[in-house]
Design a protein around this ligand. Structure first.
Ligand code: 26V
Length: 778
């Protein structure tokens, strides 16, 4: 049934797909290509039906045929070609581009295995491969006719042809890049854009097998295996850079295949390469595709015969770069010799770009001369990808106001001095179609009943809810929807975990990748503190709370894995203790992914956004939860700052150090975590439980956590922020007690969430960076 549905949908999608491409071609529209190593799509069947305006028709028809629509739709594997925020953002952007009828497409990799599937065994994370292509992927179309050749390794020779230097590449390894196109359906507008995912295949054309020379065959097998590895799996990390050669090959594979296919199409239609920036813009999602800069130079110079200055002018006017992190451990720096041996021609180009950039600094910015070593693209035998991306592009943007300010004034400060006009902010957004209309249809109906349906096409109109924040009728409807959603989640948890949760409890959710800076540990310390209160005072009055965690840890990130084990260990104790279990429940939901987020978010009351200030570039879960009526407990970090400005201090629970305070501590070096342990009785008794065998008699991994806080001086200021976090939670409990007050806050949050629709974000990119315009179909 699932396949039949997809086949029916495909027919009409493909008709509009062809039309859209024709319209773009005939109107000579400028088109944007969003290059990303990650696209975290999730399931597409429901959102495609929604966008086609067919969701209720299909659901009702399925029911009348005796099928459960949810069961049928869930036949689709949740496509997990991404780690977290960066990959999901790319998917939201595609939805908004198509829904706004903008000519914009994605370029990515068709990994054979997506992000690992997480199982929890005895409290520990276990990773299993995600073979998402096991059943046919119903949305893709293989385009063998558009195959591209990508070249690795080899040597470069130069020759002098009529006075100009020519470069010849020999003895390289050939890799075939096969595109698989996925249609991206716009919301009720007949636009269908393209996500092109590349798969690596070997070619046997250049091998000659002789029966007497068996080693040729083995050589061929080695080659075949090494090629297939390129698009085999997604690297399961989102915050730690490692100089792995396969990852670098993946990046070049995407860049070279994508760029060649764009140029091929461009050259068919337009003659003058000089006009490339008038017709094409390439947005790079973080530095991962930043080899686009030297690769475009190579194609323009070596293949098209342009001179350096012409090629550089075109490149710089075509490429734009988005930064998604300031964590120094996540900034990519590739070893020079790795780049040189894998891409000998690109290496020469990068050296030349670097040479010219450093000379320009020397002559034009004498005040920055002592900064040249730290600004260079190539220094200390490393290639700094962010520097390459900044030098080679016309736009550099951060993903929330605070993040962009930190880039300008701290992390990228000297670059801001040299290229002030390139820097700009584009605060992230999320598609309200998936994250409200589709995942919480009952809430969407209540909103439309109150303010009419125009907010669906123009999400900023959610602000018309503001005059109704106090309306008893609306409050009652919203409370009812939330309660139904909680009952549904409770049912799911009962079924899969055999844990009973109180559907009247405060549902508090912390869902995101597991990382020190995201401070799941701070949340857990507060939970342990509540647990201890219940033990000390068994009759204490407390509004029941359900704490939900969902998080994958990078397989090699031991600290993060210990935190998962600790959450599960605490959950086990808390959920069974007779003095605690009716007041506090803790649930770690395994395998957090897009489809699980869609279940949890509609049921949430409280959204945990508690990163160490300055560390979270934006966050997007904060926006999804706000849009579904949850109230935020958060630090003034990332987009929380903008959420807080919009809703006002009474409608958000902020706490903790500000980013300026964090920077000041780091600069002075006078934070002493141990003082907080020694001086806060609650904190000490919480932490001591980690090492006194209260939870298990084998608590080595908890000792690790304990010492990271004390001996390693608590890099993420968990101890420092504990007191103010506990206080913020007290305010939450009080506020929740007054349901009228709570629902008012909830409505105010929903009303302001329209600002965080990715439609708003994409309109800003389209106007300020890409200079592209909507194209109506027909
Ligand atoms: C880095 C690396 C390092 C090498 C291994 C693979 C890998 C994969 C991804 C990354 C990028 C990390 C940056 C990132 O995910 N940033 C997140 O971007 C979100 C969207 O802008 C933003 O909301 C989050 O705050 C930010 O952490």
């Amino acid at each position: 049934m699932f396949q039949s549905i997809c086949l029916m949908m495909r027919e009409s999608i493909h008709t509009n797909w062809h039309k859209t491409q024709e319209v773009y071609r005939d109107s000579e529209s400028k088109q944007v290509y969003y290059f990303s190593m990650e696209f975290l799509l999730g399931r597409m069947v429901e959102t495609n039906l929604l966008n086609m305006g067919l969701l209720s028709l299909y659901s009702e028809t399925l029911e009348s045929l005796g099928f459960d629509p949810e069961e049928v739709f869930h036949e689709e594997h949740d496509a997990g070609l991404g780690n977290g925020g960066l990959g999901r953002l790319a998917a939201c952007f595609l939805d908004s581009l198509a829904s706004l009828q903008l000519p914009g497409h994605g370029m990515g990799i068709r990994y054979k295995y997506g992000l690992f599937q997480q199982k929890v065994v005895n409290g520990y994370q276990v990773e299993l491969p995600d073979y998402w292509l096991k059943d046919e992927y119903m949305w893709e179309t293989k385009r063998s006719d558009k195959t591209i050749e990508v070249r690795f390794g080899g040597t470069v020779e130069t020759s002098n042809e009529n006075g100009s230097l020519k470069f010849h590449h020999h003895d390289y390894e050939r890799v075939l890049a096969i595109p698989y196109d996925v249609p991206i359906v716009g919301y009720q507008n007949e636009t269908v854009n393209t996500l092109r995912l590349w798969s690596a295949e070997s070619t046997s054309n250049h091998f000659h097998f002789h029966s007497s020379r068996g080693h040729d065959y083995y050589h061929y097998l080695d080659y075949k295996r090494s090629v297939e590895k390129i698009s085999e799996f997604l690297y399961p990390d989102d915050s730690y850079y490692e100089g792995k050669i396969l990852r670098l090959k993946q990046q070049y594979f995407l860049v070279s295949a994508g760029l060649q296919s764009i140029l091929q199409r461009f050259k068919k239609q337009f003659k003058e390469l000089k006009c490339l920036p008038n017709h094409i813009v390439v947005q790079i999602n973080d530095t991962h595709p930043s080899l686009i800069v030297p690769e475009l130079m190579r194609l323009l110079i070596d293949e098209e015969g342009l001179d350096w200055d012409e090629a550089w002018d075109i490149t710089q006017r075509t490429v734009a770069y988005t930064n998604h992190t300031t964590l120094s451990e996540a900034l990519e720096k590739w070893p020079e010799d790795m780049i040189q041996s894998l891409f000998p021609r690109l290496y020469l180009i990068i050296k030349e770009i670097n040479e010219r950039f450093c000379q320009m600094l020397w002559f034009d910015y004498p005040e920055l001369r002592d900064k040249i070593p730290e600004m260079a693209i190539l220094s200390y035998n490393q290639i700094h990808m962010a520097h390459l991306a900044m030098v080679g592009s016309f736009s550099i943007n951060g993903v929330a106001k605070l993040h962009t300010d930190i880039l300008k004034n701290r992390v990228m400060k000297p670059f801001y001095t040299v290229f002030p006009k390139r820097f700009n902010n584009k605060t992230n957004g999320i598609t309200h179609r998936r994250w409200l209309l589709n995942c919480n249809p009952e809430l969407a109906t209540v909103l439309s009943d109150t303010i009419g349906p125009n907010w669906i096409k123009e999400p900023h109109r959610l602000a018309s809810l503001l005059p109704f924040a106090d309306d008893a009728g609306l409050q009652e409807s919203i409370a009812k929807v939330k309660h139904e959603n909680k009952k549904r989640l409770a049912h799911y948890i009962k079924k899969h975990y055999d844990i009973t949760i109180d559907d009247k409890s405060i549902v508090d959710v912390h869902i995101k990748r597991l990382h020190g800076y995201k401070r799941q540990l701070l949340n857990l310390f507060h939970i342990i503190h509540l647990y201890q209160l219940c033990l000390e005072q068994p009759t204490i009055e407390m509004t029941p709370r359900t704490f939900i965690f969902g998080a994958k840890a990078a397989p090699g990130y031991l600290f993060a894995k210990h935190v998962i084990k600790l959450i599960n260990t605490v959950a086990e104790k808390v959920n069974h203790h007779p003095h605690v279990r009716d007041k506090v429940k803790v649930i770690f939901l395994e395998n957090y992914q897009v489809s699980l987020a869609e279940r949890i978010i509609p049921a949430a009351d409280v959204s945990e956004q508690i990163s160490t200030a300055s560390k979270e570039a934006s966050g997007t879960g904060n926006m999804k939860l706000m849009m579904n009526g949850a109230l935020t407990i958060g630090t003034l970090d990332g987009a929380n700052v903008e959420i807080s400005e919009l809703v006002g201090p009474n409608n958000i629970f902020t706490f903790g150090l500000t980013s300026e305070e964090v920077f000041a501590y780091q600069q002075r070096g006078d934070y002493r975590a141990r003082d907080y342990y020694n001086n806060d009785r609650r904190l000490k008794s919480v932490m001591d439980l980690l090492v006194n065998q209260h939870f298990t008699n084998d608590d080595v991994e908890f000792k690790d956590i304990f010492y990271s806080l004390l001996s390693n001086n608590d890099e993420y200021f968990v101890l420092k922020d504990f007191d103010s976090y506990v206080h913020a939670h007290k305010l939450i409990e009080q506020s929740y007690h007054n349901q009228h007050e709570w629902l008012q806050k909830s409505i105010i949050n929903i009303a302001h969430s329209g600002t965080f629709s990715s439609d708003r974000t994409i309109q800003e990119y389209a106007k300020d960076i890409w200079e592209i315009e909507p194209k109506k179909q027909s």
